[in-house]
Write a protein that binds this ligand. Structure first.
Ligand SMILES: O=C(O)CCC(=O)C(=O)O
Ligand SMILES: [Fe+2]
Length: 313
């Protein structure tokens, strides 16, 4: 596998950063995130593993203590409820880093994943999370994905793999349940990854094909991925459902404004999935049940018609 290209040297040089982004569709920065904030975030993850009694109580690193891993959670509700990543991005040094890099004030969309991947020596596939592009099921909002390792992540621990250079081919299609480009495969020599460490961040464009590797090590893999929009770009509608029918939704936005959107057959509707962090596609006649009044949602729109409507993570 290829090594990710390190762009840390370009920080502070707007022209260089823009050139790299336009040419490569990603930035990989090493050891740039404030140590105090990232270790505090890691410790929040560690609390979850300690509560499950899968790492030792005095451990700062997520070494598996060997107890059976049963019913390992697919999502970590308490981290969501306690708004752990929201606190992280409000840390002045973390906020300043992302605002400098993105050259704008940042809006973080409520599409976030606290990833704790359990060790699995018997993993039958190289991929724990299959090949995809983050923008594929989220049209109508120009975000960048920020992926941050919260522990050492080497070859065995797995981690993020991107198909460098392939972001220029647009969106992939699915055939036989597998993602791929219809005009030919992804060249083998495009797969790129790194030995990641706490403090690093990979920021990539929403057409970047990528997947997450299985963890065949003796430690849990910890990472956070969150998605940033420049404030000067169009923001999604984020709020709670005030009323909903099969062809219209009123969302009470975070700014306390009622936004009415038409739902039609082109709207990509997604509903909550039990035991999965990923909302699943739903039919229009199921929206009133899947996303009832009071549900926290995010929508994108064009001319008053919703392009995507989904629960917040
Ligand atoms: O952490 C992983 O395994 C993959 C993460 C991912 O798909 C993303 O950050 O968008
Ligand atoms: Fe992704």
């Amino acid at each position: 596998m290829r090594e990710l290209m390190d762009s840390t040297h370009a920080l502070g040089d707007r022209e260089a950063l823009t050139r790299i982004w336009e040419e490569h569709g990603y930035w990989f920065f090493r050891d740039v995130l404030d140590r105090e904030a990232t270790t505090a975030l890691r410790d929040e993850y560690m609390r979850e593993l300690k509560a499950l009694e899968l790492v030792d109580a005095d451990s700062t690193d997520p070494f598996w203590n060997g107890r059976p891993i049963e019913n390992f959670p697919a999502t970590f509700r308490t981290l969501h409820q306690r708004k752990v990543w929201q606190k992280f991005v409000r840390e002045p040094r973390i906020n300043a880093f992302f605002e400098d890099v993105l050259d704008d004030a940042v809006y973080w969309i409520p599409m976030d994943y606290y990833r704790i991947v359990a060790p699995n020596r018997n993993a039958t596939s190289d991929a724990y999370l299959g090949l995809h592009q983050d923008g594929m099921s989220n049209p109508g909002v120009e975000f960048v994905t920020c992926w941050m390792p919260l522990t050492d992540i080497d070859d065995k621990v797995g981690g993020l793999v991107i198909a460098a250079g392939q972001e220029k081919r647009g969106y992939m299609a699915f055939a036989d349940g597998k993602a791929g480009f219809t005009d030919g495969p992804i060249p083998e020599d495009s797969w790129s990854t790194a030995d990641y460490r706490l403090g690093d961040v990979v920021i990539f464009t929403r057409t970047m094909p990528h997947y997450g590797r299985s963890n065949t090590s003796d430690r849990f893999r910890l990472s956070l991925d969150i998605r940033a929009v420049r404030r000067s770009d169009r923001l999604p509608v984020v709020g709670t459902v005030k009323s909903i029918s099969t062809d219209q939704i009123v969302i009470r936005s975070e700014e306390e404004i009622d936004v009415t959107l038409v739902l039609d057959d082109k709207t990509f509707l997604r509903g909550p999935a039990p035991n999965s962090p990923n909302p699943v596609p739903i039919n229009r006649h199921d929206v009133t049940q899947a996303l009832p009044a009071g549900t926290a949602v995010m929508a994108t729109e064009e001319n008053g018609v919703a392009l995507v409507l989904r629960p917040q993570n």
